[in-house]
Design a protein around this ligand. Sequence first.
Ligand code: ADP
Ligand code: MG
Length: 220
Amino acid sequence: MIGLTAAAATTMIHETALRLVAAATELSRLDAIAGDGDHGVNMAATFTVADSRITEASPETAAEVFRLVGRAFEESGSGSAGALFGAFFGAFSERLERSDGDVADYVDALDGATGRVASLGRATIGDKTMLDALRPAVDAARVACADGSPLEDVLLAASHAAAAGAEATAGMPARAGRARYAPDGAIVDRDPGAVTIALMFGAWADTVGDQPAHPVKASV
Ligand code: ADP
Ligand code: MG
């Protein structure tokens, strides 16, 4: 498969919204341990808004689908993660607009989007944030891409790495975001933003192959 159709990207975001709605209570519980308990509700609500805007707008390219997600987050005013997801999807779609559908372009887009999150949030790996799922996902995607894997396999590798990265945040003391003010008890469980990233990549890996690939290369 070369490139993502708008239909495939739409399905990926739809599935992400469904999974985050299902996980909202647990994600907010994790956020309540060290933060203010709004993460799951915010993520579920904004992905749901994005999903319905995409259905209304019927975008013609995958890049446009992701741009609508970024805009929904920018407008959501939903906490730090909202701004960071807005930056992530904004950078992701910008890079994809300049792509001819090569798998390496998706990896570059993920890498650039992750860099945007890091520079905006000024967090680094090990600070117990979404970056602890994002960075390993990008690294695994890069390795799979170098092996010549198709996009489905690249996203599957990314989703496994994101899940492992999210699990590994349990036991870390938080050094960024609201959670850094939490007492030591907050160390034992996972970072909610990292879990959201793992759920998102899982949704993408499970649905990316569901739509027929665009027959021509210029399908981003
Ligand atoms: P808020 O903390 O404003 O209530 P959310 O609860 O929606 O926002 O999101 C919290 C999540 O955002 C954290 O679990 C973490 O993954 C992520 N986060 C917070 N601050 C940063 C940061 N500076 N850099 C990267 N991620 C961050
Ligand atoms: Mg919160």
